[in-house]
Each structure stands twice: as structure tokens, then as C-alpha cells.
Design a protein around this ligand. Structure first.
Ligand code: PXP
Length: 248
């Protein structure tokens, strides 16, 4: 089998900030985690500035924009406040995610089709500022077609359900993601995936040829408690590369 195009790894550092905020001080520092991730082979850093600032805070985004040597993927809700912050910083990429205050994490994808009129001007503003816009959506033809209509060049397909399931149900969800990735290629969308991925379930996702980037956070930060962040990221890269038939 010929080697597939390389797959980028975006390391989400939100939960380094979660641990920091549990005590309200400055440590552990998400910027230090970002630097270690870059040294360990991450291609980018992802950070979600939530409306309630429960983990990443504004000063973290300031610091990342100032110090980061690899691209920042700024995860944001579709609100005027977040669009303003993105336009102020102009990160490499902005991923628009659905956000509900009461949820523990991002549950389900963005309704890109249903929110067309709300999203269209925001996507346009971000794009005009030179930010690569992605939409975090379900692997669903209607949502993918909506991403095209909205002018988003990238989509990130939600792998949360795939990670939670097992057996035949997980295989069915994997098939849905594979179909979604193939449709992305047909529609001219760059395909990313993420949410909930771990060593145990990343390989079949990494092997999907159309996928260009995975964004992984919670598992890596948890694994770092036991083996260190650098070792956790290097192992994730190794599994991704092996699944893909590519070298580091
Ligand atoms: N991609 C998106 C759009 C997300 O919202 C998240 C969670 O913040 C992730 C990827 C990473 O998910 P996890 O932390 O479960 O690896």
C-alpha cells in the first residue's frame, strides 16, 4: 500500500488550563505544555476559549500568539465576542464549535445547515482576515454541503461517538466517518477529525486517507500524568504514523 499524505497532529492544551484553574494559580502553565508539544512533534496547538473561560483564558491566547512557534487553531463559539477576539489575534486557524454553558465538553457538532444566516457573516469576516476557518460538524452530508455553502475551507468531523462506542456499533460509526471524509474530498473540503481520541482508537481514524489533521487533547493531558506529556505525544504520533504508513 503506498504511503498516505502525512497527517498533522494538533495538541489541545485546554485541560492543562483546567488543572491550573482548579487551584486558581499560574501552574501548570499551558504555554509550557504548548512548547513541549511542539518539541515532541505536534504540528499545531489547539485551544478553546470558552465563553465561561472555564479552562483557557484570554491571557493564554495572548501568550500563545506571542510565543508559539507552530500554528494555533483557535476554537471558538459563533459569537460576536469570539469573532472579535479572533480578528484581534489572527491565529492560523479558527474552528467554530457549538457551545452550551451547561455541557461538560463539546457535545455534538455545529448545526452548520440550520444556522446558515448566523454563521455566514462570521465565516466571511474570519476568512477575510486570512484565518483558515473550520467547522466542527457531524459526518453528515447535509452539514458538509452547508460548510461549502458557508465558504469554510475546512471541516473537523466529530469522533466523539466513535470513541464512546464498541463492537459493531463502533464499526458502523467508523464507516460513517470514512464516508464523510470521502465526501469532503469530493466537495473540496479539507478534512480534520477529533474529539475523544486515545491510543486505543486513533489508528482506524488515522488510516482514513482523506483526513489531514487530528486534534487531540483530553487523553494526552491525562496520559501525561503517568508518562509525561512528551512521551504521550510521541506515542500518539507513532501510532498515527504506523496506521498511515508514514514516517515521523
Ligand atoms: N476538536 C474539537 C473541535 C474539540 O472541541 C475538542 C475538545 O475541546 C477536541 C477536538 C479535542 O477533544 P479531546 O480533548 O476529547 O481530545
Amino acid at each position: 500500500m503506498p504511503a498516505l499524505v502525512p497527517l498533522r497532529l494538533g495538541v489541545n492544551i485546554d485541560h492543562v488550563a483546567t488543572v491550573r484553574n482548579a487551584r486558581g494559580g499560574r501552574l501548570p502553565d499551558p504555554l509550557r505544555a504548548a512548547a513541549i508539544a511542539a518539541a515532541a512533534g505536534a504540528d499545531g496547538i489547539t485551544a478553546h476559549l470558552r465563553e465561561d473561560r472555564r479552562h483557557i483564558v484570554d491571557a493564554d491566547i495572548d501568550g500563545l500568539m506571542r510565543e508559539l512557534k507552530i500554528p494555533l487553531n483557535f476554537e471558538m463559539a459563533a459569537t460576536p465576542e469570539m469573532v472579535g477576539i479572533a480578528l484581534k489575534h489572527r491565529p492560523h486557524a479558527a474552528c467554530i464549535v457549538p457551545e452550551k454553558r451547561e455541557e461538560r465538553t463539546t457535545e455534538g457538532g455545529l448545526d452548520a445547515a440550520g444556522q446558515h444566516n448566523h454563521l455566514k457573516p462570521m465565516v466571511a469576516k474570519l476568512r477575510d482576515a486570512g484565518i483558515r476557518v473550520s467547522l466542527f460538524i457531524e459526518a453528515d452530508a447535509r452539514q458538509l454541503e452547508a460548510a461549502v455553502t458557508l465558504g469554510a475551507p475546512v471541516v473537523e468531523l466529530h469522533t466523539g461517538r466513535y470513541c464512546e462506542l464498541g463492537g459493531a456499533a463502533q464499526q458502523a460509526e467508523l464507516a460513517r466517518l470514512q464516508k464523510g471524509a470521502a465526501l469532503c474530498a469530493k466537495l473540496g473540503l479539507e478534512c480534520h477529525m477529533g474529539h475523544g481520541l486515545s491510543f486505543a482508537d486513533v489508528a482506524p481514524i488515522a488510516a482514513i486517507p482523506e483526513v489531514r489533521e487530528l486534534n487531540i487533547g483530553h487523553f494526552l493531558v491525562g496520559e501525561a500524568i503517568f508518562v509525561g506529556l512528551e512521551a504521550a505525544i510521541r506515542e500518539m504520533r507513532r501510532i498515527m504514523n504506523e496506521a498511515r504508513g508514514t514516517k515521523a
